[in-house]
Design a binder for this molecule. Structure first.
Ligand SMILES: C[S@@+](CC[C@H](N)C(=O)[O-])C[C@H]1O[C@@H](n2cnc3c(N)ncnc32)[C@H](O)[C@@H]1O
Length: 201
């Protein structure tokens, strides 16, 4: 599909001219899976551009096909590693990043693999605009608490909002009304959905 990139050579720094053909903000979803956020945000905000990244092609195929079927020009997908995000985007090319239901990577030895670890925050800083936002949405209490502690200890991070239960925060209602497959599974098990919004300063 023309909206899926394997190795987006030549597009780093050129997303607006070469793909989106506009100057609208670019919002990236890392570990997007089937791309539910990338798709639903794209439907709601035709004046913004969305790029989903996931290592697993069969998952992101779903989101890419929906964009094609609905004739939406404001979305693309990269089948690749989030670790390579600086190969995909130039400094300041990205306005916001969504991290939706990341693998918790329970083992302490895997902490650096968590998509909100300082290792990834450092990479995100290299593609985000100054003050760019990062949204984290998760069902996992341990990951959420670890992430908040990581953010609090990082002097380059400003926590703008965080909650252990999105259902209790009325001004998050619309943003949280997009529910991914994983979210629905966890909700059925009685988990609350956690959310944090940070800015890199
Ligand atoms: C638990 S799933 C969540 C999928 C989706 N965000 C959702 O909410 O339904 C985590 C996804 O992150 C992807 N992923 C994890 N680490 C990754 C990495 N370093 N690079 C690319 N994709 C990654 C996995 O392939 C998987 O699809």
């Amino acid at each position: 599909m023309p909206n899926v990139f394997l190795t987006p050579e030549g597009i780093k720094g050129n997303w607006h001219e070469r793909f989106f053909k506009n100057n609208n903000p670019i919002i990236v979803e890392v570990g997007c899976g089937r791309g539910e956020y990338t798709v639903n945000l794209g439907r709601r905000h035709p004046d913004q551009n969305f790029v989903g990244i996931d290592a697993k092609g069969p998952r992101l195929w779903r989101g890419a096909k929906t964009y094609m079927d609905e004739g939406m020009p404001n979305g693309a997908f990269i089948c690749g590693l989030v670790e390579l995000i600086t190969d995909y985007f130039a400094q300041g090319e990205v306005d916001e990043i969504w991290v939706t239901f990341p693998d918790p990577q329970h083992k302490p030895s895997r902490a650096e693999q968590r998509l909100v670890s300082n290792r990834f925050l450092k990479l995100y800083r290299q593609v985000l605009k100054p003050g760019g936002l990062i949204h984290l949405k998760t069902d996992n209490t341990a990951l959420y608490e670890w992430a908040i502690q990581t953010f609090e200890e990082n002097p380059g991070v400003q926590i703008l909002k965080h909650t252990i239960n999105v259902d209790q925060v009325s001004d998050l209602k619309e943003l949280m009304s997009i529910r991914t497959k994983y979210e629905n599974l966890f909700r059925e098990k009685g988990e609350t959905i956690k959310y944090a919004r940070i800015a890199l300063v």
